[in-house]
Design a protein around this ligand. Structure first.
Ligand SMILES: [Fe+2]
Length: 275
């Protein structure tokens, strides 16, 4: 077996994707037992996933961070709509292509000066609306920094980025697919892809990754970040700027990296480069 190293370095690429059979099977069973509950909670009172996702109690345009003073131009380019000819259409109006409803979120990133903490209280209105997600979050509270529902709208892409909240690499991002339309709906991490229809998977969000929905329907997943220790998997180490500099190309679909996005990668890489 050849060891997959970053070109010109002795750094071994971390494994991008852990598929269902590579994760602890008791945990898989735990999530599968709660899958229908997660779906029922999200859809309760609505006639469709589209109606639920667009309701104020469910979907928040996660990349719209204007309320904390972040210009929309910084984040809107990440979520284009895909046109019939396969090209991407960018703009502020597409920022709601990715919607989330979160339960726990700790982001403590000294280099970006970004400290964010939220844990939904047990007795909140949201807790009553989403009892299954709350139970999961509190069951796994000591091993988890983030849990959320995540919606991608039809014909939308969340373009390549890496997770600012996981520069220390302490967590694997687990995806529990809940409602996945038939067709081409997948996640890509450092050039490797996994269809959401394949089942539960985890991916290393220190690496560049993108999420794609090339169907005319909504996609719903539950996401939870769990520690490597808890998963009993080998810790990949801290983020390295080489993960951006030498990222493997994603060849199946053209993933737009230019202009503001390439500036973003360079800025993040430089921040973590050892001086
Ligand atoms: Fe991400």
């Amino acid at each position: 077996m050849t060891i997959d190293k970053i070109p010109g370095t002795d750094i071994v690429w971390p494994k991008p994707i852990y598929r269902q059979h590579e994760l602890p099977q008791d945990l898989i069973k735990y999530f599968l037992d709660r899958k229908q509950g997660l779906i029922d909670d999200f859809l309760r009172g609505f006639s469709s996933l589209e109606a639920a996702a667009n309701h104020e109690t469910r979907g928040t345009a996660t990349l719209d961070r204007r309320e904390i003073g972040m210009p929309i131009d910084d984040t809107a380019p990440f979520v284009p709509t895909v046109l019939d000819d396969g090209s991407f259409k960018f703009g502020e109006e597409h920022v709601s292509n990715w919607l989330t409803t979160g339960f726990k979120n700790i982001c403590d990133n000294e280099k970006e000066g970004l400290v964010h903490y939220r844990l939904e209280p047990r007795d909140s209105e949201k807790a009553k609306t989403f009892p299954t997600a709350m139970d999961i979050t509190y069951d796994l509270l000591d091993h988890c920094v983030m849990s959320t529902y995540s919606v991608i709208k039809p014909n939308a892409v969340l373009l390549r980025h890496s997770g600012p909240e996981n520069r220390n690499g302490d967590y694997l991002r687990i995806h529990v697919p809940l409602i996945v339309p038939e067709g081409d709906v997948f996640l890509e991490a450092n050039g490797e892809e996994v269809q959401f229809s394949e089942g539960i998977f985890g991916f290393n969000n220190q690496l560049l990754h993108s999420s794609h929905n090339y169907t005319d329907k909504y996609r719903l997943v539950f996401i939870i970040d769990l520690s490597w220790d808890f998963l009993k998997l080998p810790h990949p180490g801290k983020f390295r700027p080489e993960y951006h500099d030498f990222a493997k190309p994603f060849t199946r679909k053209e993933v737009y990296v230019s202009g503001r996005l390439s500036e973003y990668y360079r800025a993040i890489s430089d921040l973590y480069r050892e001086k």
